[in-house]
Design a protein around this ligand. Structure first.
Ligand SMILES: *[C@@H]1O[C@H](CO)[C@@H](O)[C@H](O)[C@H]1NC(C)=O
Ligand SMILES: *[C@@H]1O[C@H](CO)[C@@H](O)[C@H](O)[C@H]1NC(C)=O
Length: 827
C-alpha cells in the first residue's frame, strides 16, 4: 500500500487550514498597535522569514533546506557522460579532493540570495548556480547554468535534482511501532516511464510548510540533448527528463547520492544482462536512472542530460506567496540580477576597504570572501554523542577512548570553518566567524549566538564540535565523534555578545533606556540592523542569557582549575590547566599540536587558558554593568583583577622576557616552559596586560617583529623559528600562519597603541606603527595572491613560502582578511 493513500482528506484539510492561519499571521506585517514589543515581534517574524530558506546544507555543493527540523531537503548532483568512469565522481558533497579550480559563492547574502560558481576540472564545465528568494522569503528559485571548458564544447553532462520531504510520526499501536507521514510530496505530471518533455511539477503539503509546489523546466530552446543510441530500451532516452522516486525514512534523505548510485547499479546490471557488454550502450543511455519500481515515495529524483552549454531552473512556490511576488520561469533571470545588485549595494554600504586595497580586484576578492563565509551558513538538526561517565585520569596523558550516548535532538544555526573539510559547527571558530558580520548583519549574528547559547547544558558546558545528526557524523572520523563535558574550548562567543553590547553602548550610552521604534523598521531594507538600532532587544536577551553565561564561566573555572597551593604558588587561586591533553595534542586549547610541557605533568598551568578565562570574566563583568547588578559587578571586578595579577605572577618569565606555561621540575620547583609563539602572545591578544606596562609591551612587539622569531613576510608564524619544536611532528600549529591569530595581533596592536601611546617612548611607538602597517599588508597581500593562484582561501599559509596549506575554501575564520582590508592603513 502506498503511504499517501492512508491519508484521510479531512485530516489533511484540517492541518492545512490550521497551518494556513499560522502562516497568515507570519505574512501579516501591518499590526497597528505600535508598541515596541509588538514591533519587535513583527520584526522577528519578518526577519525569520527572510532567513527561512537557504543553501543551509553547506556540506553539499548545493543543497537547500529551511530552518525547520524535519522538512523539505533538496540537492543538486552532476557528472559528465563523456565516458564510463566519470559516474564515480558524481558530485554531491563538497569534497576537498575534487579537482575544482573554483567552488564558492561569489555573491551571496542569506536574506537576498546570490551566485555560486563551480569550475569543475574533471567534468570540464563551469557551473553557475543562482539562488533567489521571493520578497516574503517563503518561496525560492534556482538557475543552474553550465558552460563547457574550452576544448570540451560538446561535453555531455547529466544533472540530477532531488527533493525529499521528511516528517514521520511514530505511534505504538498494540505494542507495535507504526510510522506514518505528516505530509506528502508527489509528482503532478501524468506518470510516464519513458521520460518527460518540458516542465516537471511536484506538489506537496506539510505541517510546517503548508501547501507548496516545486517545478523544474527544461531550459531555453538553445539547450541541446544528446540523442544516444536509438535501438536500445525506450526508457533510456537522453532527450527526456527522467523521474525516480522512493520512500526513505527521516534522517535518510541526505543519503540521496548513495541511493541514486545503488539504483543506477541495479539498472546497469539489468541492461548488461539484456544487451551484453557495457560498451554496447553509450554512457548517455547507460547512466540514466530508469523508473524501475514504478512507485512514488517521499524522495524524488529528476535527471536531465545535456550536451554543450545548457541551463535549467527549479522553482519552489509556497501557496502563501502572493501571486505578484512569485518567482516564475519568466522572471527568475531579472530577480537574480536584482538580487546581485542588491548584494553589491549592501556590500558597498557596509564595507569600506582601505589603502592599499581599494582597487577593483580587491573588491571582487573581498566580496567573494564575504559570500563564501555566508555560504557556510548552515542549519543542523539531530542528536549527538556525549560521554558523561569516562573520567580523564589526571596522571595519564594517553588518548582516552570515549563511549558516547545520544543526547538531543538539538538544532543549530551556524557558520562552518570549511565547507569541504569541516562542514559543521566549531565552538571556538564561531566567535571569529561572526566578527566580519557584526556590522553587516548584527541580527543574524545575534540569531547565531542565541542558537549556540541554547546548547549550553545545565552544567554550563557546550560541546566543542557540534556533530548533530547522522549526516554530520558521516563526515567525522570515528575517534572525534564523541564529546566529553570535561573538555572545553576557547569561549569566543561570549566575546561576540560583548562586542555587540559594546557597539550599542557606544551608540546609545544608556542601553537600558527603551527607545521609540518606528514603523520604518518593518521594511525589508532595514533587515539585519534591528539589534543595533534597538538596544533594548539586546539588553533583554542579555538579561535572559546572563545566568547561563555565568554558569558557563563557573564551569570553566571548576573543571579546568590548576594546582596552586600544592606547589607554593601563592594564595591567589586563579590558575588553570587544560584538561584532556595528550603528550602531543591539546585539542581543547584549539591549538592542537602547539608544544606544551614535557614530560606532561598535572602541575602544568596554561597561559592561554587563563587569558581566555580572564577575557570571559571581563565580558560577564560588562554584562553585569549593563544589567546594573552591583553585587556581580564587584565580584567579577575582583576576579578579573586576580586573573591579571596571576598572569603576571605565574606566567611572565623575566628571563625569557615572554609569557609561558608553568610546570615543575623533579624537585617540584616551579619552572617556566616557554615555546615562543602564539601562546606567548595570549595576554596581549586578550588585552590583559595593563596598558601602562610598556616594558612587557615592548618585549611582545619585539617578539612579533623579529624575523628570527615570529615575523615572516606573509604574516606572524605560530611558533618561533628559534624554537626546537619549530616545524616538527604534524606541524599544524608549529610554524604555519593562521589568519584569526594574525587578526587578533593586528587588533591588539591597534588597541594598545591607542591606549598606551602616551606611556610609550617614540621608539616603541614607531615599532608599533611599523609592525601594524607591514603586517596588515603582508597578510592580506599573500592571502589575495594565493587566492588568485589557486582559486581558494585556505586554512593556513606557509611561513617561508606563503603557500596555501591544508583545507581549502576555509571561509571560515580566514575570512577575517576582509576585516583586515577595512582596517586603517596606518594607526
Ligand atoms: C524588554 O523587556 C521588557 C520587560 O520585560 C518589556 O517590557 C519590553 O517590551 C522588552 N522589549 C523588547 C524590545 O522586547
Ligand atoms: C524566530 O525564530 C527564532 C529561532 O527559531 C524563534 O525563537 C523566535 O520565536 C521566532 N520569532 C517569531 C516571532 O516567530
Amino acid at each position: 500500500m502506498k503511504w499517501f493513500e492512508l491519508f484521510s482528506l479531512t485530516l489533511l484539510l484540517q492541518f492545512v487550514c490550521g497551518e494556513q492561519m499560522k502562516f497568515d499571521i507570519y505574512a501579516d506585517g501591518d499590526g497597528d498597535d505600535g508598541t515596541a514589543h509588538d514591533l519587535a515581534t513583527q520584526y522577528s517574524q519578518m526577519s525569520n522569514n527572510s532567513l527561512l530558506w537557504g543553501p543551509y546544507r553547506s556540506a553539499l555543493y548545493f543543497g537547500i533546506r529551511p530552518r525547520i527540523p524535519r522538512s523539505l531537503l533538496s540537492g543538486l548532483m552532476w557528472f559528465s557522460m563523456d565516458d564510463y568512469q566519470n559516474i564515480g565522481k558524481l558530485r554531491h558533497f563538497y569534497e576537498q579532493h575534487d579537482k575544482m579550480s573554483k567552488a564558492n559563492w561569489v555573491s551571496y547574502d542569506p536574506r537576498i540570495g546570490g551566485r555560486q560558481i563551480i569550475d569543475d576540472d574533471e567534468c570540464h564545465v563551469k557551473i553557475t548556480i543562482d539562488f533567489v528568494k521571493s520578497e516574503d522569503g517563503l518561496s525560492w528559485g534556482v538557475k543552474v547554468k553550465s558552460e563547457p571548458h574550452k576544448g570540451y564544447e560538446n561535453v555531455k553532462i547529466s544533472f540530477v535534482w532531488y527533493s525529499g520531504l521528511e516528517g514521520e510520526e511514530k505511534e505504538i499501536v498494540d505494542g507495535e511501532e507504526v510510522v506514518s507521514r505528516t505530509g506528502y510530496f508527489k509528482l503532478e505530471n501524468p506518470k510516464n516511464i519513458l521520460g518527460y518533455d518540458g516542465n516537471v511539477k511536484f506538489a506537496g503539503v506539510s505541517k510546517d510548510l503548508g501547501i507548496f509546489e516545486l517545478e523544474i523546466n527544461d531550459g531555453p530552446k538553445s539547450n541541446v540533448h544528446p540523442v544516444g543510441k536509438s535501438n536500445i530500451d525506450a526508457e533510456l532516452d537522453p532527450t527526456k527528463a527522467h523521474h525516480y522516486s522512493l520512500t526513505v525514512p527521516d534522517d535518510s534523505v541526505w543519503r540521496a547520492r548513495d541511493i541514486f548510485m545503488t539504483m543506477l547499479q541495479e539498472s546497469i546490471q539489468q541492461l548488461v544482462e539484456k544487451f551484453g557488454a557495457i560498451e554496447s550502450i553509450p554512457p548517455e543511455n547507460l547512466f540514466i536512472l530508469r523508473d524501475l519500481q514504478r512507485f512514488e515515495g517521499n524522495l524524488h529524483f529528476l535527471q536531465k542530460i545535456y550536451q554543450g552549454p545548457c541551463e535549467f531552473d527549479v522553482i519552489y512556490t509556497n501557496a502563501l506567496t502572493p501571486s505578484t511576488e512569485k518567482i516564475t520561469f519568466d522572471n527568475i533571470e531579472s530577480k537574480i540580477n536584482h538580487a546581485i545588485n542588491e548584494f553589491d549595494t549592501k556590500f558597498d554600504a557596509k564595507f569600506h576597504l582601505n589603502k592599499p586595497f581599494t582597487s577593483k580586484k580587491y573588491k571582487t576578492f573581498s566580496k567573494e570572501v564575504l559570500s563564501g563565509l555566508l555560504g557556510g551558513l548552515s542549519y543542523f538538526y539531530g542528536d549527538h554523542l556525549v560521554d558523561r561517565d569516562t573520567v580523564y585520569d589526571d596522571d595519564s596523558f594517553e588518548n582516552v577512548v570515549l563511549d558516547g550516548k545520544p543526547e538531543g535532538p538539538f538544532e543549530l544555526f551556524t557558520l562552518v570553518p570549511s565547507r569541504p573539510f569541516f562542514p559543521r559547527g566549531f565552538l571556538w571558530d564561531e566567535g571569529f566567524h561572526l566578527l566580519p558580520l557584526l556590522n553587516y548583519d548584527s541580527d543574524l549574528v545575534l540569531d547565531i549566538v542565541k542558537s549556540w547559547f541554547n546548547l549550553i547544558d545545565e552544567d554550563g558546558w557546550i560541546a566543542r564540535e557540534q556533530i548533530l545528526g547522522s549526516e554530520s557524523r558521516s563526515r567525522v572520523p570515528a575517534e572525534f565523534v564523541v564529546q566529553s563535558p570535561q573538555i572545553v574550548n576557547p569561549p569566543t562567543l561570549t566575546l561576540v555578545l560583548t562586542y555587540l553590547l559594546d557597539s550599542v553602548t557606544e551608540k546609545f550610552g544608556d542601553v537600558n533606556e527603551p527607545i521609540n521604534l518606528d514603523e520604518e523598521i518593518l521594511s525589508k531594507e532595514s533587515l539585519g540592523n534591528f539589534v543595533l538600532k534597538n538596544p533594548e532587544v539586546l539588553t533583554n536577551y542579555t538579561k535572559q542569557v546572563y545566568p547561563k553565561l555565568k554558569s558557563h564561566l563557573d564551569m570553566f573555572r571548576r573543571t579546568q582549575q590548576g594546582y596552586v597551593e600544592e606547589f607554593d604558588r601563592g594564595d591567589n587561586n586563579e590558575a588553570y590547566r587544560w584538561r584532556g591533553r595528550t603528550l602531543t595534542h591539546c585539542l581543547a586549547s584549539g591549538l592542537d599540536d602547539y608544544p606544551r610541557v614535557l614530560p606532561a605533568d598535572v602541575a602544568e598551568l596554561n597561559v592561554d587558558l587563563i587569558s581566555w578565562i580572564g577575557i570571559m570574566t571581563r565580558s560577564i563583568r560588562m554584562m553585569a554593568e549593563i544589567l546594573e547588578n552591583e553585587e556581580d559587578i564587584k565580584k567579577y571586578e575582583q576576579l578579573e583583577k586576580d586573573i591579571v595579577e596571576n598572569i603576571e605572577n605565574l606566567h611572565w618569565s623575566p628571563e625569557d622576557k615572554t609569557y609561558c606555561d608553568l610546570s615543575v621540575n623533579e624537585d617540584d620547583e616551579n619552572v617556566f616552559v616557554c615555546f615562543k609563539g602564539y601562546i606567548s602572545l595570549f595576554p596581549f591578544l586578550t588585552k590583559l596586560i595593563p596598558y601602562k606596562d610598556t616594558t612587557k609591551l615592548e618585549h611582545i612587539i619585539d617578539l612579533i617583529s623579529d624575523p628570527e622569531e615570529l615575523w615572516s613576510s606573509f604574516g606572524i608564524r605560530s611558533l618561533s623559528k628559534s624554537d626546537e619544536m619549530y616545524k616538527t611532528g604534524e606541524d599544524y600549529w608549529r610554524s604555519p600562519i593562521w589568519i584569526p591569530i594574525n587578526y587578533l595581533i593586528l587588533e591588539s596592536i591597534q588597541d594598545y597603541y591607542a591606549q598606551s601611546k602616551s606611556y610609550m617612548s617614540p621608539e616603541l611607538q614607531e615599532k608599533f606603527t611599523k609592525t601594524y602597517h607591514d603586517l596588515r599588508i603582508n597578510i592580506v597581500e599573500n592571502v589575495f595572491q594565493q587566492w588568485e593562484k589557486t582559486g581558494f582561501v585556505w586554512e593556513q599559509y606557509n611561513d617561508e613560502t606563503g603557500d596555501a596549506q591544508r583545507a581549502k575554501n576555509f571561509l571560515g575564520w580566514s575570512s577575517l582578511v576582509l576585516l583586515m582590508m577595512t582596517m586603517p592603513e596606518n594607526i
